[in-house]
Write a protein that binds this ligand. Structure first.
Ligand code: 4NP
Length: 157
């Protein structure tokens, strides 16, 4: 069976998208769907390539039994061929992904959406960037992501 592949994308790939990736994997494990999916995350920026996720996000996620293990990488044009779904955390990420796609000569099979297109409980139109804020911002991002990641899975299953 062909797997469904999902790439979560933010700016740095050290806060929001690795959290979304880990929350999605945790949800798939609970539902017995992990083997059906390929899940990854990436950043539109290159500053943090190779780094672990921000420790503030890893600690906040661990309190919810969510283990963030990914290392940062930058999105590339190959991702448009390799992923079925590319989910942007905010409008700026979405525009940057679209710009990269427009400069790419791939077959563009990926469906590009905003993470918050799948929200149900929270009204936020974008997943806010917690990087320059306090610790409470990381918990808020996790709350938002648990809602919209769940909504995304429901929309495709
Ligand atoms: P992320 O957060 O896009 O959710 O990973 C950020 C991480 C780093 C920076 C900005 C946002 N930065 O400016 O280095």
């Amino acid at each position: 069976m062909k797997k469904i592949s999902v790439l979560f994308v933010c700016l740095g790939n050290i806060c929001r998208s690795p959290a979304a990736e880990a929350i999605f994997i945790s949800l798939l494990e609970k539902k017995g769907l992990k083997e059906v999916f390929i899940v990854d995350s990436a950043g539109t920026g290159s500053w943090h390539i190779g780094k672990k996720a921000d420790s503030r996000m890893r600690i906040a996620a661990e309190r919810r039994d969510i283990n963030i293990t990914s290392k940062a990488r930058q999105i590339t044009s190959k991702d448009f061929d390799q992923f079925n779904y590319i989910l942007a955390m905010d409008n700026s990420n979405f525009r940057n992904i679209q710009d990269l796609k427009n400069r790419t000569l791939s077959n563009d099979s990926a469906i590009i959406k905003k993470m918050q297109d799948f929200r149900s409980v929270f009204n936020e139109q974008e997943v806010p960037d917690p990087y320059f804020g306090g610790d409470e911002g990381f918990d808020y991002v996790l709350d938002i992501l648990e809602d919209s990641v769940n909504g995304f899975l429901e929309s495709i299953c």
